[in-house]
Design a protein around this ligand. Sequence first.
Ligand code: SF4
Ligand code: SF4
Length: 147
Amino acid sequence: MSQRLNILEKDEPWYASGLNFKCTECGQCCTGSPGYTWVSDEEIIAMAAHLKLTIDEFSRKYLRKVGQRISLLEHSTTFNCVFLKDKKCQIYALRPKQCRTYPCWPQNLKSREDWENAAKYCEGINRDSTTVPYSKIQEQLDIQLKN
Ligand code: SF4
Ligand code: SF4
């Protein structure tokens, strides 16, 4: 029995008791150095419909092709996401999976130290007593890994 418990303990990730995070919608993760915000076909269709644009219109205005993938555009000098305005996401309810799952990304969950490093950038981490349960963290991580 004790051996089994040891195995379970070993398999448990460091964040098994949940993590303290609540998004303040500060917009910090929508800016910074150059990067990509990947979008799927379904997300493009939903965002275009929301903005009452055809897919072609939406693509010309907001998208770029990177290899075989499609990313939202970003400002050429500030590197702000094309949908960031006055530090707010203009399509928050329809933001892509990549945005929804932040900060539960693999690189931030590798260790407690990586999570604390992410907290230097994201003010929603360790902000108050809001705890994201383990099941939710895993769900977000799985979505991001498949993205
Ligand atoms: S940096 Fe963190 S708190 Fe700010 S918008 Fe992004 S996820 Fe939310
Ligand atoms: S789509 Fe919205 S949440 Fe995602 S990077 Fe752009 S502004 Fe930020």
